[in-house]
Design a protein around this ligand. Structure first.
Ligand SMILES: Cc1ncc(COP(=O)(O)O)c(C=O)c1O
Length: 380
């Protein structure tokens, strides 16, 4: 590992000072729409940009309904709640994910069950999922999927499209259908990613996006629930808006709701960002091509979109030879002002989830030791 790597990043980003991992890019109507919000005084929970943002997201993804939320985590929380996930439930997810996926499961007082990822996609492995369900579960008289070990019902499954690379979501949905498990896609990282020509987040019963500052488009902070189910969409809007019955002056709330709605000012930013999503996607691919040429010479493999998928290439990821090489890479880049970071720790190893059940995690462990995210910002 030598300094040529650092020089390469400095050359690509024309910078000798600190290079962050992922910066947002504002190149369109952001200021115009934000000014419009301020001028109109509609900066908070009501306003036209929320409706426009939701409409534009449905037409882009092909989902029938979209409900904007305060962030991706709140979207995941409500999605699981809407599907009846509670203290008697277990929810399957991948061990290699960002903590928010599992936090949302815990907010519902449910237990996560961790399944391995596939090396090809870094997302939930359909093979390992099927193996777990065949060996560890049975369907009871009511058709519920019961975990033999804990006797609890496995209600939902939350696969994630890691760094924007689609997992084999069609196979996962098919397997879950056989076991009466509902799929919520954590598509927080994959706006602009398609699998077999269908947008990620639209395969499961519910899909969830994030527009955090580091995502491919940002609303500052924000999220979105998408679904084709009208009833779920109505319930999602209701629960995220404090479960208030619409009325001109009365405050009537008919259940325990949440203040999870997206403010208009955030949606205004989102509408402007969405207008340039195609351009960002193009630029991300350009960057992928450059990196693939460079890292080929360094004998380091760059994560490429899986077969059948069109990835948004949100965060670029490289796979190093072993943990020693990974650590050297992290050391040399970060010491020289080029921000890089390792993939997440496995969720089953975090203190709060460590007594959860897991499948074998061979691939997750392999990737955890080797994967590093490299600078992924795109410029005008
Ligand atoms: C996989 C995944 N799930 C959920 C989230 C939560 O989104 P947010 O930060 O908007 O709450 C994020 C991103 O932050 C994420 O990467």
């Amino acid at each position: 590992m030598n300094n040529s790597i650092v020089s390469y990043f400095q050359e690509i980003y024309s910078s000798k000072t600190f290079i962050p991992l992922h910066e947002p890019m504002f190149m369109g109507n952001e200021k115009k729409y934000l000014n419009d919000c301020v001028d109109s005084t509609y900066v908070s929970s009501v306003g036209k940009y929320v409706d426009v943002f939701e409409e534009k997201l449905t037409s882009y993804t092909g989902a029938k309904y979209a409900i904007a939320t305060s962030n991706g985590t709140s979207a995941l929380h409500v999605a699981l709640k809407l599907l009846g996930v509670n203290e008697n439930s277990e929810v399957i997810t991948q061990a290699l994910s960002f903590v928010a996926t599992v936090n949302a499961i815990s907010y519902c007082n449910a237990k996560p069950v961790f399944i391995d990822v596939s090396k090809k996609t870094m997302g939930l492995s359909p093979k390992k999922l099927l193996k777990f369900l065949e060996k560890q579960t049975f369907l009871n008289d009511r058709g519920e999927c019961i975990n033999k070990k804990t006797k609890k019902v496995i209600t939902a499954c939350v696969p994630m499209h890691t760094f924007g690379h689609p997992c084999e979501i069609d196979l996962i949905v098919d397997i879950c259908k056989k076991y009466n498990i509902v799929v919520v896609e954590d598509a927080a990282e994959s706006l602009g990613s398609f699998y077999k020509n269908k947008h990620t987040g639209t395969f499961g019963k519910i899909g969830v996006f994030s527009f955090n500052g580091n995502k491919i488009i940002t609303t500052g902070g924000g999220g979105m629930i998408v679904t084709d189910d009208e009833n779920i969409a109505k319930r999602a809007k209701h629960l995220t808006t404090t479960a208030k019955i619409p009325h001109k002056w009365e405050y009537i709330h008919d259940e325990l709701g949440f203040n999870y709605r997206m403010p208009n000012i955030n949606a205004a930013l989102g509408v402007a960002q969405l207008e340039n999503l195609k351009r960002y996607l193009y630029k991300k691919r350009e960057l992928t091509y450059k990196y693939s040429q460079f890292f080929k010479n360094e004998s380091i493999s760059l994560m490429q979109e899986p077969k059948g998928a069109k990835s948004n290439y949100w965060l670029q990821a490289i796979i190093l030879k072993d943990k020693k090489q990974r650590n050297e890479f992290l050391e040399i880049t970060n010491k020289n002002g080029v921000m890089t970071r390792p993939i997440w720790k496995l969720m089953n190893e975090l203190e709060m989830f460590k007594d959860s059940q897991s499948s074998d995690l061979v691939n997750s462990k392999y990737l955890e030791q080797r994967v590093v995210n490299i600078t992924s910002s795109v410029r005008k």
